[in-house]
Design a protein around this ligand. Structure first.
Ligand SMILES: *[C@@H]1O[C@H](CO)[C@@H](O)[C@H](O)[C@H]1NC(C)=O
Ligand SMILES: *[C@@H]1O[C@H](CO)[C@@H](O)[C@H](O)[C@H]1NC(C)=O
Ligand SMILES: *[C@@H]1O[C@H](CO)[C@@H](O)[C@H](O)[C@H]1NC(C)=O
Length: 326
């Protein structure tokens, strides 16, 4: 499986298609100069006009130091958790941190505050129903692809908690699934519709018979419980995580018997892995983890320090994303 991690040569071969497996595609932003507001290698807060129900909408972008407007790169979207913001998510998910070796563009969109004052995403029961975050995401993709040299087959969505739940909504959207290659939720909050106690309808594009999807969760999560039920804010129930993952395996046409169990970290019991269909559906259960983005060195959720490199969520996501393209 390819990886979005260094060594850079690997990424370059992925980007320019020398592997012979796939030829890179180019967005309309290829060949255009870097927008003057951007300083390569530094984060920048920006906005776009949007029809999502409120305009403008905010996002934070990191264009890597060695960006070349003639070489298409991957794009990762990273959505923050409820009551957090785009800067927090930048620092939490670390896709901008050169030490992880991701040489694509990382974008951290920001939710719109609810009347309670917290920023969140569609799916959270407090999210204003007038705001369509999927519309915003699609508009943001159009905007980014027209300004930066991105390979449109290498676009990925990730998020923490409510932001992870929102990546699940993108994975169920008929248009977003024609734009985004793979979806990853860390400590995902998959809210049930309060009136039906079901997830919202899931209608990926019929052109995507298999949607690559990954979820990481802590057994000790007391905010979005592993086995679901009322969350700690009592503003709605979430689905239990095994049911959500099993649902994705079924939707992708994979049998329950294809659920392959293993461990990370040289066989230590810290993280149990479940994978279906060569990693199309992946779920890691962290035995000691709370409501966190697992990290080896302590990020914004520093309660959970994993002991092995392979369990660091940023690495897990970069490695897994590298295996998928549209
Ligand atoms: C960027 O946005 C964050 C909120 O996500 C804010 O805390 C920060 O001050 C902003 N930075 C600048 C330079 O405006
Ligand atoms: C980048 O990641 C390293 C660990 O790989 C960490 O020690 C460092 O603090 C991070 N830098 C920032 C700015 O977060
Ligand atoms: C996969 O299999 C394991 C063990 O057989 C089971 O406990 C689990 O619920 C299954 N599904 C998920 C999503 O882990």
């Amino acid at each position: 499986m390819k990886s979005l991690l260094s060594p850079p040569a690997l990424l370059l071969s992925l980007a320019i298609g020398t592997t012979g497996l796939a030829t890179s595609q180019q967005s309309s932003g290829c060949g255009k100069p870097v927008p003057s507001v951007i300083e390569l290698g530094k984060p920048k807060n920006l906005t776009i006009a949007s029809d999502s129900g409120v305009t403008p909408r905010k996002y934070r972008i990191h264009v890597p130091e060695y960006y070349d407007p003639n070489v298409p790169v991957p794009l990762i979207l990273s959505f923050h958790g409820r009551s957090k913001d785009m800067k927090f998510q930048d620092e939490l998910s670390q896709f901008s941190n050169a030490s992880y070796g991701f040489e694509g563009i990382a974008v951290y969109p920001e939710g719109v505050p609810s009347p309670k004052g917290t920023k969140q995403w569609q799916g959270d029961p407090d999210a204003p129903t007038t705001i369509n975050d999927i519309t915003f995401t699609l508009e943001l993709l159009d905007h980014l692809l027209s300004r930066y040299c991105i390979d449109p087959s290498l676009i990925y969505a990730s998020g923490k908690s409510n932001g992870g739940g929102f990546t699940g909504l993108l994975a169920c959207d008929p248009l977003a699934t024609t734009r985004i290659a793979a979806f990853a939720a860390v400590s995902g909050a998959f809210y049930l519709d309060p009136s039906t106690q079901q997830l919202p309808p899931c209608t990926p594009s019929p052109n995507r018979p298999k949607i690559p999807i990954l979820e990481l969760h802590g057994a000790k999560d007391t905010t979005i419980h592993y086995l679901g039920g009322p969350n700690d804010r009592s503003n709605g129930d979430t689905l239990d995580i095994p049911a959500w993952v099993d649902g994705w395996a079924a939707r992708n046409g994979l049998e329950a018997s294809e659920n392959v169990t293993g461990t990370l970290c040289e066989g230590k019991k810290e993280v149990t892995t479940h994978t279906w269909g060569d990693g199309v559906v992946v779920h890691y259960l962290y035995g000691n983890m709370y409501h966190d983005w697992p990290s080896r060195w302590g990020d914004g959720d520093s309660r959970t320090l994993t002991t092995c490199v392979g369990a660091d969520a940023t690495r897990v996501l970069l490695e897994w994303f590298g295996g998928w393209r549209l």
